[in-house]
Design a protein around this ligand. Structure first.
Ligand SMILES: Nc1ncnc2c1ncn2[C@@H]1O[C@H](COP(=O)(O)OP(=O)(O)O)[C@@H](O)[C@H]1O
Ligand SMILES: [Mg+2]
Length: 239
């Protein structure tokens, strides 16, 4: 089976701090849809940013589709990945959201007409057809999230890495987005979220971060039935 993401003994500390990631190892195979869980501050965003080369680990190695993640391979690595920041404001920087969504494909050599056509289609799919010529500042938080997701999907990445993608979305949009992701069979997905119910619809496997390590790597349905373990790892299902 081909390995889309391989992480070996990853250690990462912010300057002067204790390590946030203390030896993380896991593998994502072709077609894997995986939830990244863990309480606030457990290091989910830090791990995802290491995977896409936005942060450099103190030790350990990462391969994306067989390419080692290093400064000189970053353009090649980023071409394989669609990365959704926890904060959509980090994703949207063009004068209009239409330009935000065409930016990536245009950068990769897609013709303007095709890029615009696809962007309009994606934005319409997210209920934003009336907003294509507005800037992200003029959208609600949830609409900004949807525009950022459209910009990521426009790249048609092989590997989708999303950091809390349902934040700010109402239940109807959360469901719509889940359905959209489920149509994307065969892609590799790693999705950090606190939305356990949503994750259980979209992903099949769960990694749980705790104490800087992957404490659990299991079937997500089995994990969600194990209320004691969830509670112990700081992930109460309800209260
Ligand atoms: N820029 C930063 N400088 C120093 N510490 C940080 C920084 N960003 C995050 N941290 C710390 O790293 C830990 C993990 O944060 P983060 O990866 O954002 O967790 P999560 O995404 O799981 O909520 C937290 O203790 C947080 O305070
Ligand atoms: Mg985070």
């Amino acid at each position: 089976m081909s390995q889309a993401v391989v992480v070996q003994n990853l250690v990462y500390a912010y300057s002067q701090g204790e390590p946030v990631l203390r030896g993380i190892s896991f593998t994502l195979n072709a077609g894997d849809r995986v939830a990244l869980m863990g309480p606030t501050g457990s290091g989910k965003s830090t791990l995802l940013e290491n995977l896409v080369g936005l942060k450099q680990p103190q030790s350990g190695k990462i391969w994306i589709n067989g390419i080692p993640v290093e400064s000189k391979t970053l353009p090649q690595v980023r071409r394989q990945i669609g990365f959704g920041f926890q904060d959509p404001n980090d994703q949207l920087f063009m004068p209009t959201i239409l330009e935000d969504v065409t930016f990536g494909p245009r950068n990769y050599g897609v013709s303007p007409a095709i890029a615009i056509d696809k962007a309009r289609h994606l934005l319409a799919n997210f209920g934003l057809e009336a907003y294509v010529n507005r800037s992200a500042h003029e959208l609600s938080g949830g609409q900004r999230r949807l525009a950022a997701l459209a910009a990521i999907l426009a790249l048609e990445p092989e590997i989708l890495i999303l950091d809390e993608p349902t934040n700010g979305l109402d239940p109807a949009w959360r469901r719509h987005f889940a359905q959209l992701l489920l149509q994307w069979q065969g892609k590799v997905m790693l999705i950090a979220s606190h939305d356990l119910h949503w994750l259980s619809k979209v992903t099949r496997r769960a990694l749980v971060l705790s104490g800087g390590r992957i404490e659990i790597d299991s079937d997500i349905q089995l994990l969600l039935q194990d209320v004691d373990t969830l509670e112990r790892l700081g992930l109460p299902v309800d209260w």
